[in-house]
Design a binder for this molecule. Structure first.
Ligand code: HEC
Length: 272
């Protein structure tokens, strides 16, 4: 073994460099991550998840939801809309000018140039920044995910496969806890033809006592239990629903800017 020392050094170098790349470098990049300030505001982001939602993260993990769902919205870039807020003293001049300009879905430079022209003609404009890309177009988020979105999550449930929709922002999209519970108990009861498996064991079917439980599910006939019985969520189901409602990635940040428009924009029309 006269080359023993060389082999040791080579093995050491390989292990040390992979440790550096996979452990040390991410730790240096993200280990010190902390709350950031929301764009154009003094609020900090994110707030830690409330207790029930933090417990729900463990239910999400234990049930393998991340096998079918991601929590990472991707984005290609941004597009700008230039919106007239006041036509000023010469509205006809401004409206003539506007009819010659492209003002929607343009680059930042084009938006700045258009804004300069309109301002020179006496009008006032606002520039709206919108994130673009397939995930955004599906309504899965208002911006791409950033490391801070997961600051208080352990383990982080990024997921790698999308059998179902991305859930990074599902709390904004589907903010009704009852809908979430019905969907977990019987996905087909709220989404026609849903391929998601039901999670019935998170619920209990029991005989109705002297009065029905206040949190019994209001199921459509074909999913309802036998007469005299009711379906009530176990604490696990409630925690999971609280976690889903806590999934919000909807504030603009320095790393991921966008203009906040009314809350209803982007909400799918067929869901609550
Ligand atoms: C076998 C794959 C699979 C698993 C496992 C799975 N889902 Fe789904 N999920 C889907 C599919 C497919 C859809 C789309 C159809 C629908 O909305 O029911 C969906 C939809 C959803 C939606 C509605 C999202 C939207 O934007 O409409 C939520 C919320 C959701 N799942 C939560 C969960 C949770 C929580 C778990 C774990 C308890 C889970 N899913 C496990 C496949 C899965």
């Amino acid at each position: 073994m006269k080359n023993g020392f060389v082999i040791f050094l080579a093995a050491f170098a390989v292990l040390a460099s992979s440790w550096g790349a996979f452990v040390l470098a991410p730790q240096l990049q993200l280990g010190g991550a902390k709350q950031v300030t929301v764009l154009n505001s003094t609020d900090v982001y994110p707030a830690s998840r409330p207790g029930e939602a933090a417990q729900g993260l463990q239910i999400y993990r234990a049930n393998g939801c991340a096998a079918c769902h991601t929590e990472q919205v991707q984005q290609d870039g941004v597009a700008c809309d230039v919106v007239l807020s006041s036509a000023g003293k010469n509205p006809s001049v401004v409206s003539n000018l506007i009819s010659t300009l492209k003002l929607e879905g343009i680059t930042e430079e084009a938006a700045q140039a258009a804004a300069d022209q309109i301002t020179a003609a006496g009008g006032k404009v606002e520039t709206h920044i919108l994130a673009t890309g397939p995930d955004i177009a599906r309504g899965w988020g208002l911006r791409h995910s950033v490391a801070e979105d997961f600051l208080y999550d352990y383990p982080v449930q990024l997921g790698g496969l999308r059998i179902g929709p991305d859930l990074a922002d599902v709390g904004r999209r589907l903010p009704d806890a009852n809908w979430q519970l019905l969907h977990l108990y019987a996905p087909k009861s709220v989404v026609k033809g849903s391929l998601m498996p039901p999670f019935r064991y998170l619920f209990e079917t029991k005989k109705i006592g002297s009065t029905p439980s206040p949190d019994a599910l209001n199921l459509p006939k074909e999913f309802a239990p036998a007469a005299g019985y009711e379906v009530v969520p176990k604490p696990e189901a409630k925690h999971l629903a609280a976690y889903l409602l806590s999934l919000h990635a909807d504030v603009p940040l320095y790393d991921a800017p966008f203009t906040q428009l009314s809350a209803s924009t982007n909400a799918p029309a067929n869901k609550p």
